[in-house]
Design a protein around this ligand. Structure first.
Ligand code: GUN
Ligand code: ZN
Length: 430
């Protein structure tokens, strides 16, 4: 089955920092041809339309830009209902709001309902792939994967591992965490478009024994992901040092358990020491830059340029519910401001790269998604240039793609997403 989409179309072939001239392709009047859920061809509409068999349906989005779907490299689906909870920094926020909310996910019906609502929000925001925390409950992950499978989305999720410093209703043990994760991996990892992430919440809530068992899972299943938090808040960093006196730094608590690598994603990384930057780089580990969350919880200003200098792959994470928006556009807006406060810049090309191909690389999925190379899965979005009166007016003044993308990143949110497609199928229409 072939379908075609006509619009302005842009995607990245490379990081614009490495290849500033032709890191991206832009077709003012482009055509994206999809066959059986994958990209067949991308090019100029005028040329490609002539080659299409007459029966192919061409959907036209004038005054819009089609880009690959956004990729959120760090988010918590159970925290959907507690987004925007007042007043606390990380550790108090977890005790006051997060743990009480996550207890509700013992109820599978509840988990299913929230999973559906969460996916609706992601797709409204133009996010087609995410790396997602469940709760400690195995069934929370079952509920999430079932919901994703029904919509044929490319998603990664994992059961939270926590065997200390958390309410008893939310703790597992090193052994049960291992066994439950293993059975989830066997059932869900690489099933359709789904992937599993071994998910220790963060070092304060896992014993060294539990982290070690998480490492055992990565040995047994080398292509599963590892997803956790790292060095988000200064009190947290101090706490980790007191809990793990045998470790040389926070990252070392994970390193000693064998949790670093090209399929490992560490959220935040705001207060890293030089050795930790070095080690993340050596092991090809990835970072989720969570700008709205880091500002909301008062955690600090992530040093994106340091990550670049160390050649560490970075993706954008909303980190809902500590993040204050599901929208990657809004997250890019705040990322830009974080860099401003550091005296750095974030170009709109770099922003959109991070949100698409960069995120795909951070998740080691750039063979499957992230741009419109032939054969890739057809996850894409339609950015509406007239989504609000102000946006329409402001974009009329733009003289370049650079400016246009910048305005989308500053003024855009879910209203800018006219449509979202996953594996070639329409999954959200505004
Ligand atoms: N560190 C440990 N757990 C969490 C969480 O749920 N959210 C954030 N932002 N940081 C954490
Ligand atoms: Zn988080």
């Amino acid at each position: 089955m072939i379908n075609a989409y006509r619009s302005s179309i842009m995607h990245f072939l490379d990081d614009p920092r490495d290849r500033s001239e032709n890191a991206y392709e832009f077709f003012e009047d482009g055509l994206l041809i999809i066959e059986d859920g994958r990209v067949k061809q991308l090019g100029d509409a005028e040329t490609l339309l002539k080659t299409l068999p007459p029966e192919v349906l061409v959907t036209h989005y004038p005054n819009a830009i089609i880009t690959p779907g956004f990729i959120d490299t760090h988010i918590h689906y159970p925290q959907t209902e507690m987004i925007a909870a007042y007043g606390e920094q990380l550790l108090e926020w977890l005790e006051t709001y997060t743990f009480p909310t996550e207890k509700k996910f013992e109820d599978t019906h509840y988990a299913r309902a929230i999973a559906e609502r969460f996916l609706n929000e992601l797709l409204r925001a133009g996010t087609t792939t995410a790396l997602v925390f469940g709760t400690v409950h195995k069934s929370s992950v079952e509920a999430f994967f079932e919901a994703c499978e029904n919509r044929n989305l490319r998603m990664v999720c994992g059961k939270v591992l926590m065997d200390r410093n958390a309410p008893s209703e939310l703790t597992d043990t090193a052994e049960s965490g291992y066994t439950d994760s293993k059975s989830l991996i066997e059932k869900w990892h690489n099933r359709g478009r789904l992937g599993y992430a071994v998910t220790p919440r963060f070092s304060p809530t896992s014993t060294a024994e539990q982290l070690k068992k998480a490492g055992d899972l990565l040995q047994e299943f080398p292509d599963v992901y590892m997803h956790t938090h790292l060095s988000e808040n200064t009190q947290e960093v101090e706490w980790v040092k007191s809990l793990f006196p045998e470790c040389s730094n926070y990252l070392d608590t994970y390193d000693q358990a064998g949790l670093l690598g090209r399929r490992s994603v560490f959220a935040h990384c705001v207060h890293l020491e030089d050795e930790e930057w070095q080690r993340l780089s050596e092991t090809k580990s990835n970072i989720a830059f969570c700008a709205t969350s880091n500002l909301f919880l008062g955690s600090g200003l992530f040093d994106l340029h340091k990550a670049h200098a160390q050649n560490i792959q970075v993706g954008i994470g909303t980190d809902v519910g500590a993040g204050t928006s599901f929208s990657i556009l809004q997250t890019l807006n705040e990322a830009y401001k974080v860099l401003q406060l550091r005296g750095d810049k974030l170009s709109p090309f770099e922003s959109f790269y991070l949100a698409t191909l960069g995120g795909a690389k951070a998740l080691d999925m750039d063979n499957d998604i992230g741009n419109f190379e032939a054969g890739k899965e057809a996850d894409f979005i339609v950015l509406d240039k007239a989504c609000t009166p102000l946006m329409e007016f402001r974009l009329q003044q733009c003289k370049s793609l650079f400016e246009t993308l910048y305005v989308f990143a500053m003024l855009g949110d879910d209203r800018a997403i006219q449509a979202t497609y996953a594996a070639g199928k329409l999954v959200h229409k505004r």
